[in-house]
Design a protein around this ligand. Structure first.
Ligand SMILES: Cc1cc2nc3c(=O)[nH]c(=O)nc-3n(C[C@H](O)[C@H](O)[C@H](O)COP(=O)(O)O)c2cc1C
Length: 185
């Protein structure tokens, strides 16, 4: 069994990126489990808190989950042509302390996809993530790309993807990343 942690970089209840992740979870093949984690309990990074109290419980828990599993699937919004602060903040916390960073991130398979109501499918956000993933020593997956434009027209009221071609691309993306996380390609 391959287990992948899925994180959507949005706190919004009706987040398109969360829906995309949930759709990926629903269509995962039998040998793949996608566990979706939320960022709601991750505080703003503050070095004073880290020094006085150490790593917050929610951060430590998420670090351990990522370290125990095969890969990380990120569904990232795009904000102002770049990556969203909520998710960057979480990654910053997850990278602390530096001596524990390798356990969580080094060599970790990571895939990025994203959804936006706009027309450019989060291309700039996904590109903006690359230096972050490199600095953490992850092993980003470039086997496919998934840029979801017009996201407000893609899901029905239950969060089900209405666009068959997109559904096929997501299925292919998930299967490809699962194989990569399993060390098969
Ligand atoms: C501050 C801010 C900046 C945004 N900038 C962009 C942008 O540069 N490109 C884009 O495609 N959408 C942009 N959007 C629209 C987001 O894609 C949209 O709010 C999306 O629904 C956020 O993702 P979510 O549905 O997962 O919460 C922006 C939204 C906000 C709030």
């Amino acid at each position: 069994m391959i287990t992948i942690i899925g994180i959507a970089g949005s706190l919004r209840k009706e987040s398109f990126n969360l829906r995309l992740l949930q759709a990926a979870q629903a269509m995962a093949p039998k040998h793949l489990k996608i566990e979706i984690e939320t960022l709601h309990d991750i505080p703003l990074y503050n070095a004073d808190i880290e020094q006085a109290e150490g790593i917050p419980v929610a951060v430590q828990r998420l670090k351990d989950r990522i370290a125990e599993t095969n890969g990380l699937l990120i569904a990232s919004p795009e904000y102002n042509n770049s990556l969203p602060g909520v998710l960057k903040n979480a990654i910053d916390w997850l990278s602390r302390p530096p001596q524990d960073q390798a356990r969580v991130f080094r060599g970790r398979p990571v895939a990025i996809m994203g959804a936006t109501p706009g027309g450019m499918g989060t291309t700039l956000s996904q590109t903006a993530w690359l230096p972050v993933l490199r600095s953490l020593g992850t092993r980003p997956w470039f086997g496919r790309s998934l840029y979801v434009s017009a996201a407000h027209q893609v899901f029905d009221q239950y969060g089900i993807i209405q666009d068959d071609a997109l559904g096929d691309r997501l299925r292919d993306f998930v299967a490809g990343f699962a194989a990569y996380a399993a060390g098969e390609n």
